[in-house]
Design a binder for this molecule. Sequence first.
Ligand code: HEC
Length: 190
Amino acid sequence: MDSLKFVAASVLLGSLLAGTAFAQSPTYGVGRTPTPDELRRMDISISPDGHELPPGRGTVKEGAQVFIQKACIGCHGAGGVGGLAPNLVSKKSGDNVWKQDRVLPLRAPYATIVWDFIHRGMPLGLEGTLTPDEVYSVTAYLLFLNKVIPEDMVLDQKNLPKVKMPIGDEYGKPPPEFKLNTPRLEGYPY
Ligand code: HEC
């Protein structure tokens, strides 16, 4: 590029950038920057490896109590089935997770997702009222009912991320290469 063209290109690029900056600069006096404390209260999502999990613990037995005391039973039914809200336990049994019902405590790729969902979203209408221990215990209860963990397992912030979900490691794998005009893959889970 000769130097004249370079100068022209730079001027053009410069005015484009300035235009973008100008377009973003007006403020409308709406909203404000959240305080660190507000951000901390909102920033409650839990990643698959669970490093944000608060300390706590809960047993299957305690979870069965929480399920009744915190009205889960009213929407989801006794033992997590048969209510107006979705079933929380697969009604179909099967050697393979894909032959069973699509319920979160069975199909989630990570047990931390079950914890996070309950912690943030349940009980519906009273979200955010469960203590960490209550969430650990009710998560243990639902994982036990779906035969994911044994009845005597005590869940806490350390072992929850290590729970092996029945979906296995398949979930994170990319799908096989798709070739045009080939039949749909038999038995492929997605
Ligand atoms: C007022 C009714 C209501 C109450 C009380 C309630 N839930 Fe739910 N729950 C729902 C509804 C409706 C959904 C489906 C929401 C959706 O998929 O977005 C749901 C979804 C769920 C799911 C995900 C289901 C899935 O397979 O996707 C879980 C897990 C769950 N609830 C657990 C609980 C627990 C534990 C409690 C008690 C602490 C509870 N719920 C209390 C209504 C309720």
